[in-house]
Ligand binder design. Structure first.
Ligand SMILES: Cc1cc2nc3c(=O)[nH]c(=O)nc-3n(C[C@H](O)[C@H](O)[C@H](O)COP(=O)(O)OP(=O)(O)OC[C@H]3O[C@@H](n4cnc5c(N)ncnc54)[C@H](O)[C@@H]3O)c2cc1C
Length: 279
């Protein structure tokens, strides 16, 4: 099999556009397993390994953080300049699988798979991330709440690639709670809840809550966030549970997910309050 090693992402997108059954490979954690089991049989692989600047995390002067698409999970988990809301992404990275997978997998590969139970998608939604995309037609940006558009599906068009993920500065005093429920430590989540909460004095005035593993995509409910800020924890939880559409799989039944989700939401929201997110 031909393995291409382009020097730029534009070149990689051009190679993908020229061959329908070629696949881009980043860490290979998911793709190689799919090839081994015969789920995909690419005609060629387009490696991102030689593209410079794609595996770095940088903090910009406006406080935003830019994560290159080929950055490994372990590098994101170890990055020490996240602040406020951005911390949710570092925490989630540290909860992906176990060290061998965190040494191998990349953020771009993870989001491109579009698994609603993966750790990054939920955290990136709560962090209000923006995805920078490169394709044969040029570059564009996609906000996280438009990127995940269905089960194992994303808004990436044919031959488009993720270049980087931008995390806005957000409220500096925000606290971040990432609650992952899995059968065993290191497994993909049955469900996950990402909370970013900030306060003014002792009152919560900023909340982003994202739920993963309980529907075809991770999701937020803006009305629930407003209800919580206005002091109605129970209604906020009801709205978030009402928006779920869980399925049954090897990790847990839809019924189990419906029963457990309100408890996980309550625990994550109360934990964030106790950490200083505000009453
Ligand atoms: C045993 C095991 C346990 C795991 N546990 C977890 C877990 O607990 N939580 C979790 O979130 N994930 C988990 N994963 C998934 C893991 O995080 C993978 O790293 C991730 O899904 C894919 O990243 P990768 O870089 O290896 O992508 P690859 O396997 O190289 O590629 C995956 C797909 O993404 C495409 N792709 C790669 N990079 C880009 C890009 N920049 N732009 C567009 N498309 C791209 C590829 O073409 C391919 O279709 C697990 C995986 C394994 C094997």
């Amino acid at each position: 099999m031909k393995i291409h090693k382009p020097a730029t992402l534009q070149e990689a997108a051009g190679l993908l556009a020229a061959d329908d059954s070629a696949q881009c490979i980043a860490g290979g954690a998911t793709l190689v397993a799919m090839m081994n089991s015969g789920v995909v049989e690419p005609s060629a692989l387009i490696s991102l390994a030689n593209i410079s600047g794609l595996n770095e995390v940088t903090k910009a002067s406006d406080g935003s953080v830019i994560i290159g698409a080929a950055t490994k999970h372990k590098t994101v988990a170890a990055f020490d300049s996240f602040s406020g809301a951005q911390n949710i992404v570092g925490i989630a990275a540290g909860k992906i699988a176990h060290p061998p997978i965190r040494n191998m997998g990349t953020i771009g590969g993870s989001v491109a798979v579009g698994d609603p139970a993966a750790d990054y998608p939920t955290a990136l939604l709560a962090a209000e991330a923006t995805f920078e995309i490169v394709g044969p037609a040029g570059s564009r940006s996609i906000p996280a709440d438009e990127f995940f558009d269905g089960f194992l599906s994303t808004a990436l068009a044919e031959a488009e690639l993720v270049q980087s993920i931008q995390l806005p500065a957000g409220p500096e005093n925000a606290v971040a709670v990432y609650d992952k429920i899995a059968k065993i430590d290191g497994d993909i989540a049955i469900m996950s809840v990402a909370v970013v909460m900030a306060s003014s004095g002792d009152r919560c005035d900023y909340l982003r809550v994202a739920v993963g593993g309980c529907g075809p995509t991770p999701y937020r409910v803006a009305e629930a966030e407003v209800k919580f800020i206005n002091g109605d924890l129970d209604v906020a939880i009801e709205l978030l549970v009402a928006a779920s559409d869980p399925m049954s799989d090897v990790r847990g039944s839809a019924d189990y997910r419906r029963k457990v989700l309100p408890r996980v939401l309550r625990r994550a929201l109360i934990t964030a309050q106790q950490m200083g997110g505000g009453e």
